[in-house]
Design a binder for this molecule. Structure first.
Ligand code: FES
Ligand code: FE2
Length: 448
């Protein structure tokens, strides 16, 4: 390595104890994947740094000098739009002694001053001010002490991703056949230039990040975990959105394994069948909103009402991005048994306030109510996996031998919505990445 500005991220943890093929089998995985600190440490390099991770949506930083914090696994980064409008990604780790230079979730700033000793960086991460600089010796100025930048940054239709792996395939290759579902989701929300991420709800759960991932493609749990919601809906309204999960094995919904560990549950055959709007449970303000839309859109009113409703899919882009309904969920690993979950509401830039208000109201059952059902299960699973080590296995065998998971076009495998195919698929990718010895790199050199 000749360029001293390039820093290799590893020395790495020793190859994980045990044999990966023992830990990840065809139809079950070992509990240690959820409880072992060494495995978690390796994941932060081999999964989160070595493949593309989602950081931000461009609409969150629309103006020059806007910035937000994001995470590549446990590594803190800043995503900023510089004065020229170019999106920059750099480490939120001071090149002096390691303190975070930015302690706000988001804002607008031409640069960042480290609170510890006052080193100053511009919003491209370039060091330009050191208090008492004369005290440093003659060799100091030759050092590269700008904030470190990941090896690759790219975006797809406004979704910004990064990786520390210079050898990672292009972002579009990584997305693979998930890109077409992402296109569908974006189109449902008004198209790439119309989409805006609005407020965010953040919470921490006492569980490993993969328990959330296990559930992200799980169409089996719904009538049990969310029983109160479905019972209430049936009792009051005689059915409606999600009622079709009551007999999910026989429903028209599907669960698909996409490239590189990505998965999608497609609810649209049930949810959008006749009219997504009419299937929704009642929400406050629904009738006046319908009248309002009819008065503005006339013949197009039904179509507008239907796009208010969720996109009808759970699109899971491994390892940290899930598009659920009209919302964006980001999974942030914090420690082996601690995970941050960030839910972003979305708006359409072209929509009037009533439309955007209604888009929020249609999301009140999920995540506001339903997510808590899931969160309780995640933490219960974590306790079981930690506290009963003699009971070693986590099952993912549903429909493994039923013959119902079948290859369809372009390498997609599709099964019933209740299959565990999503777990088998992402764990296959997880194992490939954990077995690899990737090159990981940050660059602290001066920008060209
Ligand atoms: S740690 Fe940032 S200036 Fe010292
Ligand atoms: Fe759920």
């Amino acid at each position: 390595m000749t360029n001293t500005a390039k820093i290799s991220v590893l020395p790495r943890t020793p190859a994980a104890q045990g044999d990966w093929d023992d830990l990840v089998q065809e139809d079950r995985v070992h509990r240690r994947l959820y409880t072992d600190e060494a495995i978690f440490s390796r994941e932060m390099n081999n999964i989160f740094a070595a493949t593309w991770v989602y950081l931000a949506h461009e609409s969150e930083i629309p103006e020059p000098n806007d910035f937000k914090q994001a995470w590549i696994g446990v590594r803190e980064v800043i995503v900023a739009r510089d004065e020229a409008g170019v999106i920059r990604v750099f480490s939120n780790r001071c090149s002096h002694r390691g303190a975070s230079v930015c302690r706000e979730h988001r804002g607008n700033a031409a640069g960042f001053t480290c609170p510890y000793h006052g080193w100053r960086f511009d919003n491209r991460g370039q060091l330009f001010g050191i208090p008492g600089k004369n005290a440093y010796g003659p060799t100091f100025k030759s050092r590269d002490m700008h904030l470190a930048r990941p090896a690759q940054v790219d975006s797809y239709k406004g979704f910004v991703f990064a990786t520390l792996n210079p050898d990672a395939p292009p972002l579009l290759d990584h997305l693979g056949n998930a890109a077409r579902y992402l296109d569908d989701w974006i189109d449902h929300n008004g198209g790439a230039s119309n989409l805006r991420l609005a407020g965010v709800q953040r919470f921490h759960l006492a569980c490993n990040w993969k328990l959330i991932w296990d559930n992200a493609g799980d169409g089996y749990h719904v009538p049990f975990s969310h029983q109160s919601l479905l019972v209430m809906t049936n009792a009051r309204y005689g059915g409606g959105d999600m009622a079709y999960f009551a007999d999910a094995d026989r429903s028209k919904m599907t669960n698909s394994a996409l490239d590189n560990g990505h998965t999608v549950i497609d609810q649209r055959p049930e949810m959008h069948g006749e009219s997504a709007w009419r299937l929704q449970r009642p929400q406050p303000g629904r009738e006046p909103y319908e009248d309002h839309v009819a008065s503005i859109y006339g013949d197009q009113a039904q179509q507008v009402l239907d796009t208010t409703v969720g996109a009808g899919m759970n699109l899971n882009i491994f390892p940290n991005l899930a598009l659920i309904g009209n919302q964006v969920q980001v999974i942030q690993p914090l420690a082996v048994a601690s995970t941050g979950v960030h839910w972003y509401a979305t708006q359409r830039k072209d929509a009037d306030p009533e439309v955007n208000t209604m888009r929020l109201r249609t999301q009140e059952d999920f995540p506001v109510m339903g997510e808590m059902d899931d969160a309780a299960n995640f933490e219960e699973c974590q306790r079981g996996l930690c506290n009963s080590p003699e009971d070693e296995w986590v099952d993912m065998s549903r429909h493994h031998e039923s013959g119902k998971d079948v290859p369809v076009e372009d390498g997609i495998i599709r099964g019933p919505v209740t299959t565990d195919l999503h777990m088998r698929n992402y764990y296959a990718q997880w194992k490939r990445l954990m077995q690899a010895e990737p090159t990981l790199r940050m660059d602290k050199g001066r920008l060209a």
